[in-house]
Design a binder for this molecule. Structure first.
Ligand SMILES: CC(C)(COP(=O)(O)OP(=O)(O)OC[C@H]1O[C@@H](n2cnc3c(N)ncnc32)[C@H](O)[C@@H]1OP(=O)(O)O)[C@@H](O)C(=O)NCCC(=O)NCCS
Length: 140
């Protein structure tokens, strides 16, 4: 079976489908990590840094990135569990990396849970490595 995947910028009409996908892909979101709120507050994000992957018109993956002029960050990379291990996560990351490079970004960072060995394996397959930094956070 040849899967027809396409990647394009998020548009307003994708809002409900993206929330539905994120509820599936990022279950048990904490109060400080609330996908619906993040999507509302992050609508200002340049469209080229918020991409969706579609298959037969259905949204099956997302990636969001930010760039402050020095560092790029990746958030909300997620692929529907039904279609994982088919290169969709890789395509989303490569596309967003290319866009960040086009904006002048040379350092890209992301955070993963230390307990998620498979997510680490995924990013390692794309050349990411653990830098020995420790992440600190505060809920405001
Ligand atoms: C991480 C995630 C986005 C990967 O998406 P995907 O479309 O399945 O990834 P790909 O098919 O492009 O995988 C590329 C390579 O990464 C590695 N990889 C991916 N998933 C893996 C797993 N579960 N175990 C081990 N290696 C894995 C493999 O080397 C794979 O290549 P292969 O299939 O030829 O062996 C997806 O598993 C996901 O949405 N996870 C839940 C959400 C999440 O944790 N997101 C990251 C938070 S920052």
């Amino acid at each position: 079976v040849v899967l027809k995947i396409s990647i394009r910028p998020f548009t307003e009409g994708d809002y409900d489908s993206v929330i539905k996908l994120w509820e599936k892909v990022f279950p048990g979101a904490q109060p400080h990590n609330n996908p619906a709120r993040d999507l509302r507050t992050r609508r200002e994000i340049p469209p080229e840094l918020f991409l969706v992957a579609t298959m037969e018109g259905e949204i099956i993956g997302t990636v969001m990135a930010g760039y402050d002029g020095q560092q790029g960050w990746v958030y909300y990379l997620g692929v529907d569990p039904a279609v994982r291990r088919q290169g969709i996560g890789t395509s989303l990351m490569k596309r967003v990396e290319a866009r960040l490079i086009g904006m002048g970004c040379r350092e890209l960072y992301l955070q993963i849970w230390a307990s998620k060995a498979e997510v680490q394996a995924f990013y390692e397959s794309l050349g990411y490595f653990s830098e020995g930094r420790q992440s600190m956070g505060k809920r405001l």
